[in-house]
Design a protein around this ligand. Structure first.
Ligand code: SAH
Ligand code: SF4
Length: 338
């Protein structure tokens, strides 16, 4: 629940509004596992709360740890849908990658999640539950520094819950992260992107992945609805964009979108859009119709884009051998468990 939702319920229970403040901080900031730990709340009220609510992470079925320290966990939801979340350690950063839907309806051709079809949106409890479960897995000296909504699903297709969730993530009485350490990644749902840029100050990442509509149509069916120029125009038009971190994600596919011409076109397209560019070498998965690019090609693209003045990051693929890298999450539906 959000703070606003707690306030409403607290009023309905005829308790004073400050109770909502106490509860919110106990649940999210202090991360208590049960109502008994809430020592400044009377025992009688705690008992009432226990009857009506619960505080819980998800039911984690399996955790896999990669040699690079990436941890992927599989959770089973109450309706037996399964989702995956990933904890990625990199230098001083510890990032949780959260799923926002069971499956995804957008069906991008290079994405294993997309290939599995769409089940449903995750609830707010299932979003925060991934944070609780991740925190319970950390070593005593570890602390989550970043959250990215880049796991399974299209976050902006689960708009209301995602905005509530990011609100809890950046609330000082909530999970307490800074707004530029929370990033929502979208395949480019233009109206929802525009709304998000008005309503949230969290970072936005947009999966562009191609420099012509012809190629993007082929890779991402959503491009027929929201073609490249509409996505870029939305980013360019937004006045506050300079204050917010915008990342352009670009999955590099061998011989599909990895040429020098692509790099120059991308530089042209992004003119006037304050952003950094994230090149993501395609991660292969069984049955994929694409190949990983040559490192040299990726580096050449990166260099050309830098020459055009952009900040470029080539995203290191973490956790590849446990299928925890970008585009490899699918909820272990039919994968024999190792
Ligand atoms: N639906 C959102 C967020 C989840 S996908 C979106 O599409 O942005 C997160 C990122 O993984 C996207 O940038 C997507 O383009 C990328 N991705 C998907 N499949 C991939 C794969 N097989 N290899 C590398 N990146 C992939
Ligand atoms: Fe969905 Fe993102 Fe995968 Fe496309 S890349 S199918 S939008 S999860």
């Amino acid at each position: 629940m959000t703070y606003a939702e707690m306030l409403i319920d607290i009023a309905a229970l005829c308790e004073k509004p400050y109770r909502a403040k106490q509860l919110f901080a106990w649940v999210y900031k202090r991360g208590v596992e049960g109502f008994d730990a809430m020592t400044d709340i009377s025992i009688a009220f705690r008992e009432r709360l226990k009857d009506l609510y619960c505080i819980k992470g998800l039911k984690v079925l399996d955790v896999r740890t990669s040699i690079d320290g990436t941890r992927k966990f599989l959770s089973e939801l109450d309706d037996s849908n399964r989702i995956e979340s990933v904890i990625i350690a990199e230098g001083s950063r510890l990032t949780l990658c959260v799923s926002t839907q069971a499956g995804c309806a957008l069906g991008c051709r290079f994405c294993m999640t997309g290939a599995g079809g769409f089940m449903r949106n995750l609830t707010l409890g299932e979003l925060t539950g991934q944070v609780f479960s991740a925190k319970a897995m950390l070593e005593p000296d570890e602390r989550l520094t970043n959250v990215v909504l880049m796991g399974m699903g299209e976050p902006l297709a689960n708009y209301d819950n995602v905005v509530k969730f990011t609100g809890i993530l950046i609330d000082g009485q909530g999970f307490g992260l800074s707004h530029n350490k929370v990033t929502v990644s979208t395949a480019g749902l233009v109206p929802a992107m525009e709304r998000f840029m008005e309503e949230s100050n969290c970072s936005l990442a947009v999966s562009l992945n191609a420099t012509t509509d012809e190629v993007r149509d082929r890779l991402m069916p959503i491009n027929r609805k929201y073609p490249i120029d509409e996505v870029i125009t939305a980013l360019r038009a937004f006045k506050g964009a300079g204050k917010r971190h915008v990342t352009i994600e670009y999955v590099v596919l061998r011989d599909v979108n990895d040429s020098a011409d692509d790099a120059h076109r991308l530089a042209q397209l992004l003119r006037g859009v304050p952003c950094k560019i994230n090149l993501i070498p395609f991660n292969e998965f069984p049955g994929a119709a694409f190949k990983s690019p040559d490192n040299q090609r990726v580096n050449a693209m990166s260099k050309l884009l830098q020459d055009h003045g952009y900040t470029v990051i080539v995203r290191a693929s973490k956790g590849q051998e446990i299928q925890a890298a970008c585009g490899q999450l699918r909820g272990w539906r039919d994968e024999a468990k190792a």
